[in-house]
Design a protein around this ligand. Sequence first.
Ligand code: AMP
Length: 542
Amino acid sequence: MLGQMQDWPLLVHKIIDHAALYHGDREMVTREVAGPITRTNYRTIASRARRVAKALVKAGIKNGDRVGTLAWNTHRHLETWYGIAGMGGVYHTLNPRLHPDQIAWIANHADDKALFFDTTFTPIVEQIAPKLKKVKFFVALTDKANLPKTKLKKLYAYEDFIARVDDKFEWKELGENAACGLCYTSGTTGNPKGVLYSHRSNVIHALMAGQTDALGVSGKDTILPIVPMFHANAWALAFTAPMIGAKLVMPGAKLDGASVCELLETEKITMSAAVPTVWLGLLQYLEQTGKTLPHLKRVVIGGSACPRSMIEAFETKYDVEVVHAWGMTEMSPLGTLGSLKWHLADLPYEEKLDIKIKQGHPPFGVEMKIVDDKNKELPRDGKTFGRLKVRGPAIAKGYFKGDGKSSFDKQGWFDTGDVATLDKDGYMTIVDRAKDVVKSGGEWISTIDIENLAVGHPAVAEAAVIGVAHPKWDERPLLIIVLKPGKTATREDILKFLEGKIAKWWMPDDVVFVDEIPHTATGKILKTALRERFGHHKLPTA
Ligand code: AMP
């Protein structure tokens, strides 16, 4: 027997229609790539998104076509997303931090038919344009006055492109499983793989993210999504904020400590989300200037492990709650969030911190388990670790064009490639990426744990650990350190600082100091490059 409820397809453009109707005056602020701060609202965004849709149809974009975006978080980028999705197309976010050849490879693999880009990226677009065989036209996300001098052919200024049509456009009638968005994984090993979101998965994910114990946002919040729209859907904020009528402040191209701090102050931001490196920049800026964070209530930190010292700094110095989150492009991306459960709220602060540095617990809609090498489920005891597998309505069931099949099993579980523990309360702790863990004498050492402790040293700005070949133990940990400007520390200082904080056999066999640690396009430590550079480092213990 079937239920008798309405078959109301979960479509992304219904979110912006809802926002226009019920939160139409709610402000949206952008630090434009050209410089000034501009203000609009959800009613205007929805109207302009319809113009984008109509203009795309006029320009020959068809149902299911992928349209690339190479852009910062701005109101125009948001209009573009809703416009593309609403005409039946697929917005395809390209990460401008990748090498231009890789961007071209990804755009071609996705068969992008058009490319919207911010003017900051004009040199990249000029470089890759001759390689983009399927792209019929380019749209610079600006007006005619700010259009850069360029030899690019078939180029529109965005404002002209959408002025060619009016906003009388009926959204395309689509099934909720229709493709809606595409984002490629960063691909540190092998070619990047495409994750193809559906309207349904995006709407369900936005609902999941909007829960109090997830992102914890409400219509009263002013939200600053620093996490880029090109990094896994800006962690749902581009959908959840309009859904609930929260004010959105888009930071554009400037993500340094001073610029972020200025927006936090002038727009009275209450909630924000970003990777640890961005927060490191803000905290250093606050330390240097003595500024405080009077309006900010909560930050969500994820993408890489959030160090204990960072949570402590936000919470004890600036009275800002930290929610540590974990996720993946393949999961839309949110997988776990670290809100404290009811029975943990009254613990002493140090014990709360022990829980807050874990990656959190899954919201409804994410199933998780850990397994051994034979795919046998392992206990949820907070100690045993294994490969983390996940399942749910906003999690990929395959990669675009059939790539990477081995990550998906017959029971519909996706192998995250992360090694983790699960505890009895449902909190998950990432031990490491399976390929990064140090294998010492048959036992595993978590590089993340050592890195997080090392950055607690007052002179350390950033830390990375890799496994280096050892004649007796197979591999031993090497700690690579970047010192804060003007600070000094020796190998012995660092090792002494770690002593007693980790098991003896986890202690790094050596410490090296570098000026910079390389990062991936999504802000993670690029361990492959470190292994190339230090893989043959001679350990004093070898
Ligand atoms: P991406 O798809 O680029 O977002 O990368 C996903 C990967 O980033 C995960 O599989 C983890 O290895 C890592 N990651 C994300 N969030 C965290 C976190 N809070 N702690 C540790 N690793 C994380």
